[in-house]
Write a protein that binds this ligand. Structure first.
Ligand code: RB5
Length: 143
């Protein structure tokens, strides 16, 4: 998959680890920054990732801040984006099956790397269920 990645300083360390993990899985990655743990503003990184996904330039986006909250709020401001702040494997799976989420937000200060990798792996491999009721709800969001 083509995956756009972005983070603020609070998510920088986890983003760097996930970049290695995703490359090892064979995904094509573009890193939208940030490039160090110096303090920055998460909308400056989460918004471009979400825009690029909404424009069809990437299959999915993964955005990381300290809590996952700020980047999730930001990504969901872009039309066509359904972002989830997935703090467990179960939420990650359901976000794909029910919500067809196309951006994954993670909290770098709250997730250990093995847990984050599991959340990412499940999120990338779980298909949307395609059930009528979920499609109907997603169409209502789009309207
Ligand atoms: C930055 O300190 C922190 O507020 C940010 O990374 C994020 O957690 C916001 O939701």
């Amino acid at each position: 998959m083509k995956i756009a990645l972005g983070s603020d300083h609070g998510g920088f360390a986890l983003k760097e680890e996930l970049k290695k993990y995703l490359s090892k899985l064979g995904h094509e990655i573009k890193d939208f920054g940030t490039t160090s743990d110096a303090a920055v503003d998460y909308p400056d990184f989460a918004y471009p990732v979400a825009e690029a996904v909404a424009q069809g330039k990437f299959d999915r986006g993964i955005v990381v801040c300290g809590s996952g909250v700020g980047v999730c709020i930001t990504a969901n401001k872009v039309k066509g984006i359904r972002a989830v702040n997935a703090f467990s494997v179960e939420i990650s799976k359901q976000s794909r099956e029910h919500g067809d989420c196309n951006v994954l937000a993670l909290g770098g200060r709250y997730l250990a790397l093995p847990e984050a990798e599991k959340i990412v792996a499940v999120w990338l491999t779980t298909p949307f269920s395609g059930d009528d009721r979920h499609l109907r709800r997603i169409r209502k969001i789009e309207k």
